[in-house]
Design a protein around this ligand. Sequence first.
Ligand SMILES: [Zn+2]
Length: 310
Amino acid sequence: MWHDPLDIIWRAADNPRSVFAAEDLDGMPPQIRTRLTQLEILRPSSTATHVVCDACFDHHVEKVTPIQYPDKTTRFFIHCPENGRVEVPRERLFQWTVHFGPILTGLATALSAKGSPAEIVPGRVWNLGRAALAGKSKPVWVARGLAWPDAGQLAQSIPKGRSPVLFYLGQAADDGLLGIPRESIIELRTVVHLDGSIVVDRDAIEVQLVDVEAPPSKRQQKKQSPRDATVGALKRELHERILSMKSAIRSADDTGSLFDLPRVTQKQLAAAIKVSESSVTRAINESGDRELEIMLQTIESENLIRKYSR
Ligand SMILES: [Zn+2]
């Protein structure tokens, strides 16, 4: 369950509360908890005043009563209608808050960002300064909660245009919310991992950003063959489908249900982009377009869809 040691961070990213109970950390290896605490990503918070009863199967929430003993120790109890007084181990009352600061500092350091980092909207928007990326000096920004109800308002504090690079925490923004090319919007969890300390995959970021630098006017000037047009339309269609599956997978995760990956056929794609099935087959078999190949592999794999970040 804890395959990604930073899983708790990514869960906190889309949770406005960001306070986790001891149960939420169940199964996290102790060395990971220690490391995250040392890095100050995980910080102890106030102790819980209420817990879920674990003595019966009713999952009722009860107020915790501390009782001082003559030997100066304190023990904690709740009342269970079925079992009467139930002792709660102290560890169950521990709560944790998640802090993104150390990860953002790790990102700024990995990108050798210059300038003074600033929190523009508390807990939501950060300006990390400028960094040399894909051969250009680019403003680097981070935003969290771009799918929350106030995302429209939040977007106003983020710069627009071809220059900025935006890393986001939590779910992706709706298309068109941010006036930034898609290639410049990167999901933070796809480029950061924990390996003793915070490690940032700078190469992956560079590769993604190179695309932004190809001026769109040049692309349009090149005369497009019908097959290239089909490839372009296929990629746009696949992109939309992958993003919607990705969001369906996330919702399934949130509700704890299983996601049944639908099979996408060439016939369906042909109908969606309004060309013949044979044009789609030709475009797929003959174009040699690497990106198209990757997208076709992605749409068949739940795992690759999860990692998709364009
Ligand atoms: Zn009970």
